[in-house]
Ligand binder design. Structure first.
Ligand SMILES: *Cc1c(COP(=O)(O)O)cnc(C)c1O
Length: 373
């Protein structure tokens, strides 16, 4: 086994899931987003841990991701969040995925394909209340719902919207979310007013699970929160009393240690020069594994629970840490890069002006995942 691996703490994932269950109460459903290989954690093992709990379904972004889960034997509903191509409809029908639908053209294509295959396809009507990605306009929702229920081959399993700034406690963002929810409720009323049951109603992503109780409806879809990070920054998150822990821990081992003399430079571009005689460790992880190169000289790894700064540029396959003069740290010792005893992917993200989602998603397939029960 390679020195570098991503330890996936399934017990922490289960605890995070229980924390969310406690927050939303026993009667609502939880759609667990396992898109992008479960935010880099591994879709099938995460899905297996998720469906142990009651009232759980899964969410993916592509038909291929849905196929992977069906082939692995998962029989729970799988929602397809992103708009597929017409070409992909036969496969999503045969896999029994539940797509978000936003327009009449797609409703007709899907209905025809399902009916021709002698199957019924469950769909979720997606209403765009202000995210601006996919979804019908709120004022068109009732007509589109009518079109869905009039088609043999389709079932209106649910009605959904997606929130753009639900993770922000700023007053103007709270107001924007309230406006989105008001538009959503109005559209739901028009669907019901037309005598149509909207099915499972859902809107809440992780931000809304923390900040917007009135967005819970019948089902929530928290992703990043399940993987152990709050998308809400600062006080508002802390005071929410919903505690989660990072599920992914990126670890490696020291494979080489050398003494470097004062004034000697290290790595590409010679951006780092030893300020004194010191011990330098080589760690076999780099941007070829998904560790952002922008962290060069801007992160510290943890050895025996203590931080050691990265020195010089992060390379494709290796990086360097300054152990300091006279260190007794030994070759082959463990190194934590993020998670576990080290700060989380959220801290890495903050350093390079991105979000923890991108950090865990980008840890790529060269890094073996080790599942800790
Ligand atoms: C990815 C996604 C989610 C989860 O978002 P988080 O911010 O990770 O909670 C929920 N709903 C939809 C439609 C998504 O695409």
């Amino acid at each position: 086994m390679r020195a570098t691996r991503a330890v996936i703490h399934l017990e922490k994932f289960r605890r995070n899931l229980r924390a969310i269950r406690e927050r939303i109460g026993p009667d609502r459903l939880i759609c667990v987003p396992v898109k992008a290989d479960a935010y880099g954690h591994g879709a099938a093992p995460i899905a297996a841990a998720a469906v142990e709990a009651a009232g759980v379904c899964l969410g993916v972004a592509t038909v291929t991701e849905g196929a992977e889960l069906r082939n692995a034997g998962f029989s729970v509903p799988i929602l397809l969040f992103s708009q597929p191509l017409p070409d992909e409809i036969p496969e999503l029908v045969s896999l029994d995925l539940s797509p978000f639908v936003s327009d009449g053209e797609f409703v007709d294509l899907a209905a025809r394909t399902a009916a021709a295959a002698g199957k019924t396809l469950s769909v979720h009507l997606k209403i765009d209340t202000g995210m601006g990605r996919v979804g019908c306009r709120p004022e068109d929702a009732a007509a589109l719902a009518g079109r869905i229920v009039s088609r043999k081959g389709l079932i209106l399993e649910g009605t959904a919207t997606h929130l753009a700034v639900s993770d922000s406690p700023k007053a103007e963002d709270l107001a924007y979310t309230r406006t989105q929810l008001a538009r959503f409720r109005e559209a739901l009323a028009s669907i019901r007013g037309a005598g149509i049951n909207p099915g499972i109603v859902h809107a809440a992503n992780s931000g809304a699970v923390i900040l917007h109780q009135d967005a819970f409806f019948d089902m929530v879809r928290p992703g990043i929160l399940l993987y152990g990070y709050s998308p809400v920054s600062g006080e508002a998150s802390v005071s929410s009393a919903l505690q989660v822990e990072p599920v992914m821990e990126l670890v490696s081992r020291i494979v080489f240690i050398k003494k470097v003399k004062q004034g000697e430079s290290l790595s590409y571009g010679r951006t780092w020069t030893a300020p004194e005689d010191t011990m330098i460790a080589t760690i076999p992880v780099g941007y070829g594994d998904g560790l952002p190169r922008l962290l060069s000289g801007n992160w510290q790894v943890y050895i025996r629970g203590k931080p050691y700064p990265l020195a010089g540029r992060i390379c494709m396959d290796q990086c360097l840490a300054n152990l300091g003069p006279g260190s007794d740290i030994k070759r082959w010792e463990d190194v934590v890069i993020f998670g576990g005893a080290a700060p989380g992917a959220d801290q890495i993200a903050a350093r390079i002006n991105t979000i923890p989602y991108e950090i865990t998603c980008n840890i790529n397939k060269r890094v073996p995942r080790i599942y800790n029960e």
